[in-house]
Design a protein around this ligand. Sequence first.
Ligand code: PLP
Length: 418
Amino acid sequence: MYDVDKIREDFPILKQKMRGKPLVYLDSAATSQKPYYVIDAIDRFYKEYNANIHRGIYEFSERSTEEYTESKELVKKFINARSYREIIYVRNTTEAINLVALTYGNKVIEEGDHILITEMEHHSNLVPWQLLAERKGAILDYVKVDMNSYKLDLESLEKELEKKPKIVAVTHVSNVLGTVNDIKYITKRAHEVGATVLVDGAQSVPHMKVDVRDIDCDFLAFSGHKMLGPTGIGCLYGREEILEETEPLYGGGDMIMTVEKHSHTWNELPWKFEAGTSNIEGGIGLKAAIEYLNKIGMDNIKQHERELTEYALKRLDELDYVTTFGPRDLSVRAGVISFEINGVHPHDVAQIFDSEGIAIRAGHHCAMPLVTELTRIAAVSRMSFYLYNKKEEIDRAVEAIEKTYKIFKGDDLYGRLR
Ligand code: PLP
């Protein structure tokens, strides 16, 4: 049995008050909260064996090296990579995607080539490709989003694939719509036209089992801080054959095997891509986070979030002045609900929520092209769920919506903007 109250006990911040009221945290798509298990692992590292990895021949350095390397083994298992050599640590999803664009992208993209992304990308899976296209004189194309189903338009995908893009970069789960894309199908079709596929897993890896061999992607990017880990640690999975053939971005310590005055040789994977002292604390924290997630079980987490999403959509449907965005089919819907209270600006909504002790997010959610399509003011409110949320918190959010509407009812937002 999934015992959400017991899980909540593990998260110290959930006992906090915000604005004097018990905290309701509905912003896990932005960043997740951390359990004692992760906080304590980081605390132990600094108190008991802090030392730089790889270089020291003494007990503490050996222990920190071991923990850091084990964290890569665990990430490898978590996403079913073939080897820890395929696991590169970076700061976050954004850095992972930029790393691909700046190394592999720079190598393969030439003038006139096509790069394919979708209209539902976060800026971090959009701007790096714009920059690459600008650098190389390449063409950036978009798969359309069907604004009725909030899914990717598969006809548009086929049309764009006819242009034979060299790189296809697509999000697994939309951080605005909650849409879970059929990534295995997209990868298969992209490979059939010869493209290399990068999957943005920022909103999927923390919430469901993601198996890189099953979905058969070439790159997968995700962030530790969205999956109970600390900030400043993220991961780029890359297929070994591709990484072997790709030049590193940064030079310095750790990424080399030998250095002479005018030449050097590269270290083995994955270290070739990790110049300088690593985020050791981050690796150790991420290891603890994955151990914790594994203990709860990714399928259980997915199921729990699905129940929360179903409940929230049902409660929001009862309010005729609320519009929600995203697929209604729960089998392709993650725990993200963007919504609009008719006539009320999302920032006003978030402010009332804040006064009620409820953390949500409002704005363009780093997906301006998509959110501009959704609403004329290019902003929506968003609640997002994780393993520690409960239905009572959704009830509190609904009460806050009712309060917001009472305050702003009759406020002609769009009229004011005209
Ligand atoms: N991709 C998606 C779908 C996201 O939701 C986010 C963050 O919200 C990112 C990428 C960027 O993640 P980070 O800021 O950790 O790099």
